[in-house]
Design a protein around this ligand. Structure first.
Ligand SMILES: [Zn+2]
Length: 113
């Protein structure tokens, strides 16, 4: 078992205004899922992207917009979001505070069928 504060994990800043903390990984013994905590500063956004794995997301702080293939939807603390495999998406912080969310995703890509 691991019990930790998310802030103890190193923040990785690959994109201006976006930081990701890998809070549960295979290094902890996880064999199916990884957990990440993402923070987006005011007016910043993730790039528009897609990938062959799903996202399961819980917004823990802030306000923003998730933009998918059918347009944008307002999001705020308490919202849950499911983004299926391969759906193009991005997250935009439209609020005045940090937008923070938990992102669960599969550790391994699905085998091609
Ligand atoms: Zn994504």
């Amino acid at each position: 078992m691991k019990v930790a504060r998310y802030s103890e994990s190193k923040a990785i800043n690959e994109i201006e205004g976006v930081s990701r903390r890998d809070v549960v990984t295979s290094n902890d013994g996880a064999s199916n899922f990884t957990m990440h905590v993402v923070e987006i500063t005011t007016h910043a956004s993730t790039p528009t992207h897609h990938h062959p794995w799903e996202h399961e997301i819980f917004i823990t702080a802030g306000k923003g917009m998730v933009v998918g293939e059918k347009g944008g939807t307002q999001i705020a603390e308490g919202n849950v979001i499911f983004i299926p495999d391969n759906e193009t998406h991005c997250f935009v912080n439209t609020g005045e505070d940090t937008l923070r969310y938990i992102d669960i995703k599969p550790l391994k890509e699905k085998p091609k069928s």
